[in-house]
Design a protein around this ligand. Structure first.
Ligand code: FAD
Length: 430
């Protein structure tokens, strides 16, 4: 239970965190550790549903530093050791223990309602005031960069919170970008997902549940299969928005129609009940003009969310919040902070790396690499580190020169598979 001994929303704090998702919990935990006062305001009552259930190993470092690893370990979530991509009979199995970067080799597959609740409960247990069903309505920034935030409480009453700094971790709520007109459309094509949690008695213990499965269904259409430790499995189909129309009008018809259309999914799930009615989301990619401003910084999904294909959302949420909260702490201690260099540039480097992989997934280039007839283990290890979220390890050429390296190696694979021989491949390899 959330500790109710502290007031839900004090009238003045050093740092106000908007949103109690993983980005908000990490930010609040990090700021609280230093002794600064911090409060969290959250629009929903937790536990609340949010999609984004497959984590990446890179976020484990952040959870550990924020002291949030043990509260998650105690929940017994399904451990995740890798990701398996399947196209027809071809299988590409990435195991995080076989990666280039010296990092975490595992993480979790989590029902987010429970995961997010466990994180924010731990933050509140330490004494951070957390106000649920409390919505940010307006923010006045003052000349000295402090601010006054107007909130609506659960009973409809209006109150204000003064803060020296705001960390906006409001996810799809995009509070500060909306209030300040900073939203910018994504460069990625809009896509749609339909998904549900399924009973899964036919799960095969020998090749699951310790990783996620990604099935290629049609060009640009793929399916996630994310088993949880409670016997439930999350299944979602992602594709172009209009692709779904052929399977029916309602989301449930589309979801069930798609399950029936794929032999593996049909065999495993067609006669199983969904735990709740299938849901749908579309056109989720968005970004902003800036990741920071006088008196605020944006973290997590508010900065930019790309696409679910490589499960990068919670990793970016936690890593960006970890970095941003450290800089906020420095700033409030009177140190000079170069937000552009120390924050935006760093976050952008990771986002841009994943953007390449998202684009190269949808244009088929990565399929060439993943399903190469004779996989190169060195390349596999380097790509595996990207898929584990180690997109700041620039000693990995698949990070440092992401776009060029992926394209170059895919060309070599294609030449070899056409039988053009090693000489032709070597000329491309340079
Ligand atoms: P959130 O988890 O969205 O938390 C933000 C919080 O802010 C919310 O609780 C919200 O209620 C609150 N809030 C909003 N507005 C206000 C307001 N005005 N006042 C107060 N509070 C407010 N990511 C992965 O890592 N793995 C996946 O497998 C994955 N799959 C995905 C599948 C799909 C189809 C989509 C669309 C996304 C997926 N993601 C995945 C991305 C993932 O959902 C997000 O990246 C992640 O939830 C971001 O965390 P966050 O803390 O930034 O935001």
């Amino acid at each position: 239970m959330i500790n109710r001994a502290v007031p839900a929303s004090p009238s003045a704090v050093d740092v106000l965190v908007i949103g109690a998702g993983p980005a908000g919990s990490v930010a609040a935990a990090m700021v609280h550790k230093t002794g600064l006062s911090v409060a969290v305001v959250e629009r929903e009552q937790f536990p609340r549903f949010v999609i984004g259930e497959s984590l990446l190993p890179r976020c484990m470092e952040v959870l550990q530093d924020a002291g949030l690893l043990d509260c998650i370990k105690a929940k017994g979530f399904q451990e995740k050791f890798g990701a398996k991509f399947i196209k027809g009979d071809a299988v590409s199995d990435f195991n995080f223990s076989e990666q280039f970067t010296d990092g975490w080799k595992w993480t979790w597959q989590v029902p987010r309602a429970e995961f997010d609740l466990a994180l924010i409960e731990e933050v509140a247990r330490r004494g951070v005031p957390v106000a649920f069903r409390t919505t940010v309505q307006a923010i006045d920034f003052h000349a000295d960069e402090s601010s006054t935030t107007t909130i609506e409480r659960p009973d409809g009453s209006i109150a204000t919170i003064n803060a020296k700094f705001i960390i906006d971790a409001s996810g799809y709520g995009r509070v500060i970008p909306r209030l300040r007109g900073l939203d910018r459309p994504s460069t990625l094509e809009p896509r749609k997902a339909v998904f549900a949690h399924m009973q899964d008695p036919k799960r095969l213990a020998f090749d699951e549940p310790n990783r996620i499965v990604i099935l290629c269904m049609a060009p640009g259409v793929w399916v996630w299969v994310i088993p949880f430790s409670n016997g439930i499995t999350s299944v979602g189909i992602v594709g172009a928005i209009e692709y779904f129309d052929q399977f029916g009008e309602s989301v449930t018809e589309q979801f069930r129609g798609l399950l029936g259309a794929h032999p593996y999914l049909a065999g495993r799930f067609a006669d199983q009940p969904h735990v709740w009615e299938p849901k749908s989301l579309q056109a989720w990619s968005a970004t902003t003009d800036t990741f920071f401003g006088p008196g605020f910084v944006l973290t997590g999904n508010v900065t930019e969310f790309l696409d679910p294909i490589f499960s990068s959302g919670v990793m970016f949420a936690t890593v960006s919040s970890h970095l941003a909260s450290g800089l906020v702490i420095d700033k409030l201690a009177g140190k000079a902070v170069d937000w552009q260099q120390q924050y935006t540039k760093v976050v952008q480097q990771g986002v841009d790396t994943f953007r390449t992989y998202v684009n190269r997934w949808y244009d088929g280039t990565l399929e060439t690499l993943f399903f190469a007839k004779e996989p190169n283990l060195d390349i596999q290890r380097k790509i595996c580190s990207v898929l584990a979220g180690y997109v700041w390890d620039t000693s990995n050429p698949f990070v440092a020169n992401h776009d060029a390296e992926v394209a170059r190696v895919a060309r070599i694979v294609k030449i070899l598979e056409r039988g053009a021989g090693r000489d032709a491949a070597n000329s491309v390899a340079g």
